[in-house]
Structures are given as C-alpha cells and as structure tokens.
Design a protein around this ligand. Structure first.
Ligand code: SF4
Length: 341
C-alpha cells in the first residue's frame, strides 16, 4: 500500500468525508499518511490520536490573531539559505523540506511539502562553507523537512562533508522516519549515519506509544545496535497525548526502545493549529505528575520555543518556593518541605 497523499485517498479509507473546508486545509499543507501509520488508526474511534496527527481537519481553517507563519522565527536567524544560526555554538542545516508524513501541527507547516525547496548543490556548498568558516560551530543539527528522506548516498555525502570540518564535533539528526516509515532504516542508511570522526546523535519525533509498533521498534534497534545514541522528542498535543497516563506510557515505551526522552515541546503558535494547543499551566501540571511516576531516565524537558527566533527555554514546573526568608521545596507528590538557606 502506498502512502496516502490526497483527500480522495483518505476518503476511500473512510478517514474523511467531503467538506470544502478540508479542501482549504489540504491546499495549505500537503497530506501524507504512511501505510505504517494508517495501520495504527482505529477507524471506530473518531478521536483516534494517530489519525488526529496526520488527517486534515476543518479546524485548520480557523486562524487566530496570535498565530504566526514562522512561529519559531527561522527566517530572522537565517544568514544563508538552509542555515538557521540562533546560538553561537550550533546551527540548523535544512537540506530539504520533504517528510514521510505531514503532521498537521507542524511548526514548519508553511514550508514543508513535496513542492518545498531542497537546497541546490550550490546552496548546500554555501551552507557548508558558512559552517566551515566559523570555528565556534561545535554542533550541526540536520533538520528540514526530514533529513532521512535523503537517499543513503546523498545523506552519506553530507555526513562526510560535515565530518571533514574539524571543529564540528557533533552531528545531530532530527527525524520522524524511524517512527513513521521504518522500512527506510536500511543497512545503507544506518551506515550513512556513521562518520569516521564526529559523533552522530539521532532525535526521533514520537507522540504516542502506539507509534512504537514492532516494525518501528525493530528500526530503532537497528540504529541503537549500530551505536547511534537515540533521543526522543514529543510535541504536547491536545487530543493526542495531553493526559498523564498517555505521556507516561509513551515515555516508558521510548526508554524501553532505547530512546532517551529529550524534549516535550509546548506546541508552537502555528497558524490553524489552535485545536492542538494546551495551556502552559496544563503542561506544567502534566510534568509534575510525570515526576511522581517516572524515573529521571524517562523524564523529558518541557520546553517552549520563544516566538521570534529567541530559542528554547525550559518551562517545567518550579519545585522551590519563592519566600526569601525560608527556602521551601515541593516534592514530586505535592508535599512541601523546608530546606536550610
Ligand atoms: S515530520 Fe517533522 S518537519 Fe515533517 S511535517 Fe512532521 S513535524 Fe513537520
């Protein structure tokens, strides 16, 4: 079964019914649902958390005044095409804007898609030259789009080019491929992720424990067995994972698949995604509840990307009181205790 790429295909699967507002939603952002994700959808559940992530909704046509076309300010921090340089020691490198699925809440939803621009050979050379000319760049984060949509040959060429820049110690790859399109994690692709000198870390995007089906766990095992450290990033999404039992199950499933939970992203102010957003207070309450249920190994850091390109900050709950005369600390179960100043 091929990836579903149109409203008609989704209609044939019984996942949508005709509605002009869906046409509008599909025009604003491409559709892609891989066979692996389709197989996980419970058609009897109108609120299925897998379908909710990939099947367009009429709510996408509702845009509020606070929502932004470029919610994390990539453009403002892009000195050359394909590079985002927010912090002195690291850059994002975006070689392409194609993804295996199109997540309806995506923070780059106005950039990604099959028509999205990939860097030309000259543009990629200019982006690499930018990195090469700046010895302070210690880490390069490959993102997009999804960098693992490149062919293993092209990916290997890019990793080799980065590996040849002596000051680049770490190449971090952000991808949804191992989760949603695990068949792409071939021996060739794994080999492409193994440079001679620099370290490669792989952050996989996973929002629900059901996404970790056996075929996906096998793909993660191929990567982990090759010695590639794996991290998980999750977007906190209303109707997908905004309850403590779902998050707990997901974090346990990630750790058991040898993926260290890294970020829990507060959803960005993306146009047409209000139906996915939860309040920061709700996110903090969920993090507090997770602290009482999960070991440190399974705790992600709850982060907000400050709109305008100002980077990420942790926004988890505070555990210290703010009384200047008596330091108090709150435990994971809600108890409050004094601690010497
Ligand atoms: S895979 Fe990542 S970049 Fe692509 S649509 Fe989903 S969230 Fe956006």
């Amino acid at each position: 079964m091929p990836t579903l790429r149109s409203l008609e295909a989704l209609q044939r699967e019984g996942l949508v019914t005709p509605d002009p507002r869906l046409d509008e939603a599909a025009e604003a952002m491409a559709i892609a649902v891989t066979p692996e994700m389709l197989a996980l959808i419970d058609r009897a559940d109108p609120a299925d958390p897998i379908a909710r992530q990939f099947v367009p909704s009429v709510q996408e046509t509702e845009v509020s005044a606070d929502e932004l076309a470029d919610p994390i300010g990539d453009e403002a921090r892009s000195p050359v095409k394909g590079i985002v340089h927010r912090y002195p020691d690291r850059v994002l490198l975006k070689p392409l804007h194609v993804c295996p699925v199109y997540c309806r809440f995506c923070f780059r939803r106005e950039k990604v898609g099959p028509g999205g621009e990939a860097l030309s050979a000259d543009e990629l050379a200019a982006a690499l030259a930018y990195i090469r000319d700046r010895p302070e760049i210690w880490e390069v984060i490959l993102t997009g789009g999804d960098p693992l949509m490149m062919s293993p040959r092209r990916l290997a060429e890019l990793i080799v080019a980065l590996d040849a820049i002596a000051h680049v110690a770490v190449i971090r790859v952000h991808s949804r491929v191992p989760i949603v399109d695990p068949g792409r994690v071939t021996a060739e692709l794994v080999a492409a992720l193994k440079p001679r000198r620099a370290s490669v870390w792989l952050a996989v995007h996973c929002n629900h424990a059901r996404e970790l089906a056996p075929v996906t766990r096998a793909a993660l095992a191929r990567l982990a067995d090759a010695g590639i450290p794996l991290m998980g990033q999750t977007v906190l999404l209303a109707g997908v994972n905004d309850d403590v039992a779902t998050l707990e199950e997901l974090m346990r499933a990630l750790v058991s698949a040898r993926v260290k939970p890294y970020y829990l992203h507060h959803p960005d102010l993306v146009r047409g995604t209000g139906h996915f957003r939860v309040s920061i207070a709700r996110g903090q309450a969920l993090m507090r509840a997770l602290r009482g249920r999960l070991s440190g190994l399974a705790q992600p850091t709850y982060v907000l990307d400050v709109p305008g390109g100002h980077g990420k900050v942790p926004i988890g709950p505070a555990y210290l009181g703010d009384d200047p005369d008596a330091l108090t600390v709150r435990d994971a179960f809600g108890g409050t205790h004094r601690y010497p100043l």
